[in-house]
Structure formats: C-alpha cells, structure tokens
Design a protein. Structure first.
Length: 365
C-alpha cells in the first residue's frame, strides 16, 4: 500500500482536520490569543496528526503485506477468511466475518464437487476392474487356442464330426483369427488402462509404492505385453537399461506402454524401437527412440497438451490426444522430467529423467 493511496483513502478526514484547525484559529484569535500562540497550538496539532497518520500507515501496511503473503502461499484461497491476521480494528473484523460467511457456501460447494469427483473415480475404478476380468479371460482363451495341443484337439474334433469334409476352421486360419482377436483385445485393454490411470491421476500419491525398480525388467514386461502388436507391425525392439531407480513400477510401466504404442502407431518402413538408459550428472535418463515419421516442428511444443492429436494423429490412425498428456501428468507427480526431441521424417526421441536428488537412485543391478 502506497502513501498516496493511504492519504487518498483518508482525504475526508484530513479535510475535516483542516476545517477544525481553521475554526480553532478563528476562535482563539477572537478570544484574545496572539498569532504566535495560535501558530504553536496549530503546529502541535499538525505534529500529533502526522504522528498518528504515520503509525496508522505502518500498521496498515504491515497488515496488508501479511495478508498478501498468506494469499500467495495458501493453496485453497477460499480459506482466506480463516487465515487473515488478527486485527483490533472493527472494520477488519467485520470484513473477516463477511469473508467467512460468503466463503461458507463456496466451501460447501467445493466439498460437494470433491465428493462427487471421488465417487466418479471410484466408479471408474470399479468399472475398469469389472471390464478387465473378461478381457483377461479372452486373452487367456486366445493364448490357449494358439497352443499346438489345442489346435490338434480342434483338428481331431473336426475329423470325428459326422461330416467327413474339411474342418470349417483350419488350424492356420484359427490361429490367425485368435491372433487378431488377441490384438484387438489388447487394444481394448490399453484404452481401459488409460481410463483407469486418468481417473487416478489426480490422487496418484495415494497409490504410490516407491521401491527400487529395474528399468530393464519394466521395459521387457511392457514389450512382452505388446508382443503380438510388435510382431504384426515388424517392429524390432532393442533394450539396454542396466540402471535401477527408486520409483513406482506400475506407473512407469503405464508411461512406457503409451510411448511404445506411439512408436508402433507412427512407425516407419523398417521400424526399430530402442530403449536405453544413461547415467547423467542429475540422475538417470531413460530414452525411448524410434525411426518413425517424427513430429512436425511447429507441433512439437504441443504434443503434451490434453486432447492434442496433431497431423500424425489425423493422417495415420485415430488418436485420443490423451496418451502423452497422461505421461506428462504422471511424470510430474512422480518427480520425473519428460521431454521430446524429434525430426520430422526421421524419428522421435522421448527422454525421461529420474533425478538423483528426489527419491531415485542410479544403482546398477
């Protein structure tokens, strides 16, 4: 609060003092006081008024500076009425009481929204778990159906049928059908996982299990999960991640899964996916690199925005624009740096930096 603003706020009070001083001067002169005595009395008045204004200004400035610091540091500003500094001034107490009463309805509404959001997240999580059960069952059926013994049994059943003709589903065709079903089933599971992790992303800290995690094992698990997709699209994967870090393995697996899927989705003619780690001064850097179509320079800064698909998402395959957004959001929650480097027509490199100074380590297995 500036001195000018303070004096402007008290303009009427100052005018009243000047009028009173003028009237007192006239009264003293009429009652026989000489000019010197009147001047001394008025000077004494001015000194007292100036001192009072100075003390009041310093007190108000301190009060508003403290209020400003509270406002800057508090996360939930609707609680300002509860955090305002104490004051002996009646107007401050009334103002604080008004803020409390006005914020009461806001706080109640926010609690309703938080409760509704929590119920929505719980519903999504329950729904995902219910959906994942049949997805897992379909996956197991497809996997069992591709085994040689199951194919042989199917052939025997066809041969023993009343119709001696050829089996309606030859082994090769059945295996191909099962492979296609399994891939589509995996695709559904990826979208379901995305819905689950999106629902959990706001309160991800409640689900943290920080432990020493082998990045090699996590990368290999995600590659195995997408094995059929990689084989179908002819993607050659190379993994060299000897470093271990302290983080949450399941969240890292989700992030890598999204990055691997993008490598497959936007692959080149002879796709290669390279996953490697490197010790750096600030921690351990995990790099996911491909030789795909790359990202246009003018779009690179926007790929982590929610819902952004870019020209690649429109030209190649339908994209939700949520994968990289969730990756950036989860990396932020985990304290991991994430950035992208790309050259259009050459490939893309995604870099995840696990900082040593947080809760990570670069110990080798």
């Amino acid at each position: 609060m500036s001195v000018r603003a303070f004096l402007k706020d008290r303009f009427l009070l100052l005018v009243l003092h000047l009028v009173c001083m003028g009237m007192l001067s006239v009264f003293l002169r009429l009652t026989g006081y000489n000019g010197t005595n009147v001047a001394i009395i008025l000077l004494f008045w001015v000194v007292i008024l100036t001192a009072w204004l100075a003390v009041t200004y310093l007190g108000r400035r301190k009060y508003f500076e403290e209020t400003g610091r509270i406002l800057e540091n508090v996360d939930r500003r609707y609680l300002l009425g509860e955090l305002l500094p104490a004051s002996f001034r009646l107007e401050d107490r009334l103002y604080r009481d008004m803020i409390r009463r006005s914020n009461k309805s806001v706080i109640e509404r926010i609690r309703q929204i938080e409760t509704s959001g929590q119920e929505y997240r719980e519903y999504i999580e329950n729904w995902v778990h219910e959906v994942k059960a049949p997805i897992t069952g379909i996956s197991l059926l497809c996997e069992n159906g591709r085994q040689p013994e199951h194919a042989s049994a199917a052939a025997q059943m066809a041969a023993s049928a009343a119709d001696p003709g050829p089996a309606p589903y030859p082994d090769a065709r059945m295996r191909e059908t099962l492979r296609a079903v399994s891939m589509e089933n995996q695709r559904i599971e990826n979208y379901v996982d995305m819905a689950l992790y999106y629902a959990r992303s706001e309160n991800v800290y409640k689900d943290f299990i920080i432990r020493r995690t082998s990045l090699q094992e996590i990368a290999e698990e995600v590659l195995e999960k997408n094995r059929l997709l990689l084989i179908k699209n002819g993607v050659r994967a190379e993994v060299d991640c000897p470093d271990a870090v302290y983080t949450d393995g399941k969240w890292i697996a989700f992030i890598l899964n999204q990055l691997f899927l993008n490598c497959v989705k936007y692959r080149g003619a002879q796709p290669v996916l390279c996953v490697r780690t490197k010790r750096e001064k600030d921690g351990v850097c995990l790099t996911v690199e491909d030789n795909g179509v790359g990202i246009r320079g003018e779009e690179l800064s926007r790929i982590f925005e929610k819902g952004f698909t870019g020209s690649n998402g429109r030209d190649h395959e339908r994209a939700t624009g949520m994968g990289l957004y969730l990756c950036r959001k989860l990396c932020g929650r985990l304290g991991i740096g994430l950035r992208a480097e790309s050259e259009y027509g050459t490939g893309t490199r995604m870099l995840l930096l696990f900082p040593v100074g947080n809760y990570t380590g670069g110990e080798q297995d």
